[in-house]
Design a protein around this ligand. Structure first.
Ligand code: GDP
Ligand code: GDP
Length: 460
């Protein structure tokens, strides 16, 4: 075992849920009742190619004494002291509480290594909470969703270098100890390449009659492993698993659901609700438009929702076979798109014919590329070089004679890419300057079609 990690934090932040996810067994009790986990539980965690001991502590309670809470506090301290790394969990939805701040102090004093993580970070509601966690002064918070598995890749990236350090130290101390990691496990390291275990999650959304069913059927038809049009497809209530051109995918099946519903006059309403559900499910959202009637309010609303939810977006214009003036029309559509959805600037726009199969290669390529960009990580060194050049080319304003200073930039998250910039008086920086920076990031680091988040902070 290379190292020991203790999960600490006040009650109800999700420690047991995370423990269960890491250990992969339902060992700890999970309950909404605060403080239901009352003992230290230990298990072997697997995360990518890492194997380590993990301890689920009870809540870091503030009261001392012989009460249950006092006992829990002692247990926690024991966990902190015996662990190489403390994973300090806060609740991104609840925000930072005074208790969190006191625990941060304890950890700063007692723990060897602290990794701060903001749990329950799924969805946009939690973004503010994740950013707030910076204020604890424990560095960059990892955005986690213990319940849904979000952020485990990020956690892996944080643990990896520490694990290497501990392993090296252990080898030095006791060279005969054989830390034996199976070779093939390296393949499990989260690198976002779609795999059978982690198929790329795609949703095809669009108005009724845009051609969603036809497209999904065309995609399934290209899966060589399938013997018949429907045979062998793993289809659950919401999704279909397929290997499209050798890419493991899970496709959210809105069309299939709509056909099942059969209530004609409710179709419109239902398809919007489905669209929203599908967006939440997906990593990449394909907005399917009908070439004859593109960009209706409903399409725009769903595309905008995909952006707000931070999904990668690919626009596919269907029924292209019916289009007489292809070149001119394509130019016109691209212009319309940039005008109507400036927040999705540069998102790939591909033309397809679901009926004939033409353009499906382009669509496949665009989906893979959008997914890759969505997962893109830029090094801090490159970002800071870039920031210096951006500031030099176009200095920020100096309200009241004091120039706003942009000191430092780092990438706080992926899926979608999010960046934190430390700056003086962030509230005075005009929105137009932030847009300049976002545009610059997109262009310099080649990140089209993904939402890019920039957070300004006055200090780390
Ligand atoms: P503990 O007291 O810190 O061990 O917290 P638990 O693991 O018992 O979780 C407390 C509550 O938070 C439970 O209802 C969990 O289902 C919930 N929870 C845990 N992780 C997440 C998450 O990632 N997102 C959301 N929304 N809820 C979570
Ligand atoms: P959905 O409601 O979005 O699932 O749309 P369907 O897949 O049921 O398609 C609606 C209609 O458009 C059907 O009559 C299809 O045959 C037709 N259609 C779908 N894709 C194409 C295409 O690429 N070209 C043409 N010409 N017709 C298409």
């Amino acid at each position: 075992m290379s190292f020991t990690m203790a999960i600490v934090g006040r009650p109800n932040v999700g420690k047991s849920t995370l423990f269960n996810r890491l250990v992969g067994k339902r060992l700890a009790l999970v309950d909404d009742q605060p403080g239901v986990t009352r003992d230290l539980r230990e298990g072997t965690a697997r995360l990518g190619d890492l194997r380590f001991a993990v301890v689920d502590s009870a809540g870091l309670e503030l009261e001392q004494g012989d009460s249950l809470k006092g006992r829990m506090r002692k247990l926690t301290e024991r966990a902190v002291e015996s662990a190489d790394i403390c994973l300090f969990l806060v609740d991104a939805r609840a925000g930072i509480t005074p208790a969190d701040e006191i625990f941060a102090d304890i950890l700063r004093k007692r723990a060897r290594h602290v990794i701060l993580a903001a749990n329950k970070a799924e969805g946009t509601a939690a973004e503010a909470g994740v950013m707030e966690a910076w204020a604890l002064g424990l560095g960059e918070p990892v955005a986690l969703s213990a319940e849904h598995g979000g952020g485990m890749d990020e956690l892996y990236h944080r643990l990896r270098p520490l694990a290497a350090e501990f392993t090296a130290r252990a080898e030095e101390a006791a060279p005969e100890v054989d830390i034996d990691l199976p070779e093939d496990d390296a393949a499990e390291a989260p690198d976002f390449t779609p795999s059978a275990a982690r198929p790329l999650q795609v949703a095809v959304i669009g108005r009724p009659n845009a051609g969603k069913s036809t497209l999904v059927n065309a995609i399934l038809g290209e899966d060589r492993m399938l013997t018949g049009p429907e045979a062998g497809i793993t289809r659950d209530a919401i999704s279909i698993r397929t290997d499209w051109r050798n890419t493991p995918m899970r496709i959210f099946d809105t069309a299939g659901m709509r056909k099942k519903a059969k209530v004609q006059d409710k179709i419109e309403k239902l398809s919007v609700a489905d669209g929203l559900r599908a967006v939440r499910f997906a990593e990449v959202v394909v907005v399917l438009l009908d070439a004859e009637i593109p960009f209706e309010t409903q399409d725009l609303r769903i595309a905008d929702f995909a952006e707000t939810e931070g999904r990668a977006v690919v626009v596919a214009v269907n029924k292209w076979d019916l289009e007489p003036e292809k070149q001119a029309r394509l130019k016109e559509l691209k212009q319309q798109f940039e005008k109507l959805l400036p927040q999705l600037k540069g998102a790939p726009l591909v033309t397809v014919s679901a009926a004939t199969g033409k353009g499906l290669d382009r669509l496949h390529g665009a989906i893979l590329r959008a997914h890759e960009v969505w997962n893109r990580r830029v090094t801090t060194a490159k970002l800071n070089q870039w920031l210096a050049a951006m500031v030099e080319a176009h200095p920020p304003p100096a309200p009241g004679g004091r120039r706003i200073k942009l000191r430092y930039i780092t990438q706080a998250k992926t899926r979608p890419p999010g960046f934190v910039i430390m700056c003086s008086n962030p509230e005075d920086l005009p929105k137009s300057y932030t847009r300049y920076l976002v545009g610059g990031l997109r262009e310099s680091f080649d990140m089209p079609g993904t939402p890019i988040r920039v957070f300004l902070r006055s200090r780390a």
